[in-house]
Design a protein around this ligand. Structure first.
Ligand SMILES: [Fe+2]
Ligand SMILES: [Fe+2]
Length: 203
């Protein structure tokens, strides 16, 4: 898929999310895309692809669970290449976390079905942005990091320094550590898959 096609899809996604998301979530998606571009320039990744993945990652977040589930049921073939990934299987098999996290796979299915996006790295980045795993492509890691550390969120004081100095894998581990810390601080249950991922990364 070339630059022009990605740029055209990005314009259409932007129109859709401006019209359908709350202003706060729309701003979060734009901010995630902007951080993804900065990191893509740092790490030599296709910035148009990262921007589109960052922009669209939460485009189904405000649909009902049933609507999100329908997208995955109807257009799951778009992300069939991800089936068998332990992170995605964990997401689908735990009913509690599925309700919170299925908006990622749903957005990947919508991006593929409605907008014609077929790039595996972009679909993977969108589908797995809420769960994460060690096998993720560089674009997927960048979108995961950007979603969690974009400046409209409340963040640790050293985030900007980390975003500009750590290498990609170190930044990925740092981001997961932030997520674990935030859930602990808020006394919210962390998904068992993320808890295991963090334990594996500390070894
Ligand atoms: Fe999300
Ligand atoms: Fe997000």
């Amino acid at each position: 898929m070339d630059y022009i096609e990605i740029t055209e899809i990005t314009k259409r996604v932007e129109i859709k999310i401006a019209a359908t998301l709350s202003p706060k979530r729309y701003a979060h998606c734009k901010s995630t895309g902007a951080v993804a571009v900065m990191l893509s320039e740092r790490f030599g990744v296709n910035k148009e692809a990262s921007y589109l993945a960052g922009l669209s990652h939460d485009m189904c977040r405000e649909l009902s669970f049933e609507e999100q589930e329908n997208l995955v049921d109807n257009y799951g073939a778009c992300i069939a290449f991800l089936r068998g990934r332990p992170s995605l299987e964990a997401l689908f098999s735990d009913t509690t976390y599925k309700r919170k996290m299925i908006h990622g796979p749903a957005a990947a299915c919508l991006l593929c079905h409605e907008f014609g996006m077929r790039e595996p790295d972009i679909l993977e980045a969108v589908a797995l942005h809420s769960v994460a795993d060690e096998e993720m492509s560089n674009i997927a890691k960048i979108v995961y990091i950007s979603d969690k550390l974009e400046p409209l969120r409340s963040r640790p004081q050293d985030v900007d320094e980390k975003l500009h100095t750590l290498d990609l894998d170190a930044l990925f581990v740092y981001t997961i550590a932030c997520v674990v810390h935030w859930f602990s601080e808020a006394d919210k249950p962390l998904s068992p898959f993320t808890a295991d991922l963090y334990s594996r990364m500390l070894k």
